[in-house]
Ligand binder design. Structure first.
Ligand code: ZN
Length: 211
């Protein structure tokens, strides 16, 4: 695997939101810093889909090839991806902050859902049946958005909705599912935002104490 292979390990997306819809929203790490947006083009959408396990390498390569031959469709699929991603951020950020969710954003999720659901099916896998997406080889370039729309609908209608949080980090708009027992998690990850916040508090406390 080469470093530019979208299916290569150690990818560019951090999938720590706890569910697909939040991971996709988190492809822009801090809404105040455009440079933290990792969904830069259609190829980045395919890279996300590979890292999240929505596409295998063969499917991603096929869509990448088709996108090169149909730049206008690729541009539309990319615009749809950004539109859905940003609607998901607004919906779940508002939910996490106890603010009113804009019905236009829910309408956008529903539009993606309506496109997606006719392609849902059951398939036999390893002696059992599982949800799957039809894969006739002629999927539109926006097909990776289908499971994301379904994930968003499942989260919206599940008890986990009350567990959606937005990171308290000063330079972070990461969304995550708080699975802690007492629902007290405040940071996307203790290693990055949590430790930065603790170091800052320690610094301020030390200064207040005249240290
Ligand atoms: Zn954070």
């Amino acid at each position: 695997m080469s470093a530019t292979d979208p299916a290569a390990g150690g990818g560019r997306f951090e999938l720590s939101g706890g569910t697909l819809a939040l991971d996709f929203a988190n492809s822009w790490g801090d809404r105040r810093r455009p440079e933290s947006d990792r969904l830069g083009d259609y190829a980045a959408l395919l890279a996300f889909a590979c890292e999240a396990g929505l596409l295998d390498r063969r499917q991603a390569a096929r869509l990448a090839r088709r996108a090169r031959g149909a730049p206008a469709e690729a541009a539309r699929a990319y615009a749809a991806a950004r539109g859905l991603r940003d609607a998901l951020y607004r919906v779940f950020s508002a939910q996490a902050r106890g603010r009113r969710v804009d019905s236009a954003d829910i309408a956008q999720v529903n539009a993606a859902l309506q496109e997606a659901l006719p392609h849902l099916r059951v398939a036999r896998r390893g002696g059992a049946y599982a949800w799957d997406w039809d894969d006739g080889g002629g999927e539109p370039l926006a097909a990776p958005l289908r499971p994301i729309a379904r994930s968003a609908a499942e989260l919206l209608t599940s008890g986990d909705l009350a567990r959606v949080r937005e990171c308290d980090g000063a330079a972070c708009t990461w969304l995550f599912l708080d699975q802690s027992r007492n629902r007290s998690r405040r940071w996307c990850s203790m290693e990055s935002c949590g430790n930065r916040a603790k170091a800052r508090r320690h610094y301020h406390r030390s200064r207040a104490a005249g240290a």
